[in-house]
Design a protein around this ligand. Structure first.
Ligand code: AMP
Ligand code: ZN
Length: 114
C-alpha cells in the first residue's frame, strides 16, 4: 500500500521517533507549528476518523493513553490533540493521525487556525 505513514511505521522512510509500542508510533512533525509538535499514529491503516469501528477503536484509545504518558514523561502540562478528518478539514495524509502540539500559548478554543 502506498501510504506515507505505513512506510514511516515500517522504517522505510526516516522519522524522528519519540515513542513506539505495539499499537502506536509517535514521531516529530516535519513542519512543526509549535515548539512541540508530534504525530501520534496507530499502527493500523485507517484512512481517517470515519474509518474507526468497534474492531479497531482500541488503537485510538491507545493513542490517547500514549499522549498522556508522553505528556507526563516530558513534563508537558498543557497541549492540544488535533485530528483533521477530510481534505477541507486540512487532512493531507490519509492514514489517521493525531497532532500533539504544545509549547506556545494557544487561543482559547475551536479557532480554525489553531
Ligand atoms: P494532516 O494535514 O492533518 O494530514 O497532517 C499531516 C502532517 O504530516 C503535516 O503536519 C505534515 O507536516 C506531516 N508530515 C508530512 N510528511 C512527513 C514526514 N515525512 N515526516 C514527518 N511529518 C510529516
Ligand atoms: Zn497507512
Amino acid at each position: 500500500m502506498d501510504c506515507l505513514f505505513c512506510k514511516i511505521i515500517a522504517g522505510e522512510i526516516p522519522s524522528t521517533k519519540i515513542y513506539e509500542d505495539e499499537y502506536v508510533y509517535v514521531f516529530k512533525d516535519i513542519n512543526p507549528i509549535a515548539p512541540i509538535h508530534y504525530l501520534l499514529v496507530p499502527k493500523i491503516h485507517i484512512a481517517d476518523a470515519n474509518g474507526i469501528t468497534p474492531e479497531n477503536s482500541h488503537y485510538i484509545a491507545k493513542v490517547f493513553e500514549v499522549a498522556a504518558k508522553i505528556a507526563e514523561e516530558e513534563n508537558i502540562p498543557s497541549y492540544k490533540i488535533i485530528n483533521n478528518c477530510g481534505k477541507d478539514a486540512g487532512q493531507t495524509v490519509f492514514h489517521i493521525h493525531f497532532h500533539l502540539i504544545s509549547g506556545k500559548r494557544f487561543k482559547e478554543h475551536k479557532n480554525a487556525d489553531i
